[in-house]
Design a protein around this ligand. Structure first.
Ligand code: NDP
Length: 256
């Protein structure tokens, strides 16, 4: 599989878990313009990210971005736009998400609304506000077809979004608001893929595996390194053939 070669990338929820590992591996992949977006860049949960930015000035730029707030998304896009060159933004990773541990019988209206704001409406507005820079990248690339080196939106989804997998899952994980929101994110992938096809901006959903993070817990079988290596290997080899698809971190097609 091909390696990821994007020159510029923005990752949401970049301060911990999979998002932080993505920033580290983008550095290893020699991505020269990495926008590491998180909701509290000065807070205690962002210390490791601040250290990375300090070590790589001019390459890693911290961006304040609460994806549940459309006004902040707009402001962040203005800031990033002013820093991006004429080659635009190659890669946008919608990674930030929340998982309130609630079931169909315990989820409150607030749980449902907060989860949708972060996991569905957030990615929608992030895509819309950053679209001009993705379009610039697609035009500037001069390459035919679609790829993550050119212009792409990667939505980090989950097997828990699958309407095929969830009904037969034996373990009663309390994933109700999360599953429904990520199924919504998958539909956002379908719409984005359809509506951005003419711009040659690639869009897929990807399941990163069950990973040891604050969200995945200690029981998960893989670590962030293995997950992100897989995700980057898969997205580095994408073409228009996978546009609008749902894959996992090993490259396997996921059932919707
Ligand atoms: P973590 O809980 O470890 O990290 C979640 C990240 O999202 C944090 O950086 C958090 O920031 C950020 N975030 C939450 N709400 C917002 C918001 N409103 N605005 C901006 N950032 C926000 O999760 P993971 O790293 O495990 O998950 C990353 C992605 O992978 C998610 O989309 C998740 O659904 C998906 N995934 C994970 C799996 C796993 O096993 N870990 C399995 C399948 C999918 P803060 O520090 O400010 O809270």
């Amino acid at each position: 599989m091909a390696a990821l070669k994007a020159c510029s990338a923005l990752v949401t929820g970049a301060n911990r878990g999979l998002g932080l590992e993505m920033v580290k591996q983008l550095l290893e992949a020699r991505c020269s313009n990495i926008f590491a977006a998180c909701r509290d860049p000065d807070g205690p949960n962002s210390e490791a990210l601040r250290e990375l930015a300090k070590k790589h000035p001019g390459v890693v730029t911290l961006v304040q971005l609460d994806v549940a707030d459309p006004c902040i998304i707009k402001e962040s896009a203005k800031k990033v736009g002013s820093l991006l060159g004429k080659n635009g933004l190659n890669l946008l990773v919608n990674n930030a998400a929340v998982l309130p541990q609630k079931t169909m019988l315990t989820a409150t209206a607030e749980d449902m609304q907060n989860t949708f704001n972060t996991n569905v409406i957030g990615p929608l507005f992030v895509i819309r506000e950053y679209l001009p820079y993705l379009r610039t990248a697609a035009k500037a690339s001069g390459k035919p077809g679609m790829s993550c080196d050119k212009a792409a939106v990667i939505n980090i989804s989950t097997d828990a979004a699958s309407m095929t997998i969830m009904p037969v899952l034996k373990e009663p994980f309390p994933l109700f608001p999360y599953s429904i929101s990520k199924a919504g994110l998958n539909m956002l992938t379908i719409y984005t893929a359809r509506d951005l096809k003419a711009d040659e901006i690639l869009c897929i959903s990807i399941h990163p595996g069950w990973v040891r993070t604050d969200m995945g817990g200690d029981e998960a079988p893989i670590d962030t390194r293995e997950s992100v290596e897989g995700v980057f290997r898969v997205i580095g080899s994408l073409t228009e053939k996978q546009h609008g698809g749902f894959l996992d971190y090993t490259g396997k097609t996921m059932p919707w």
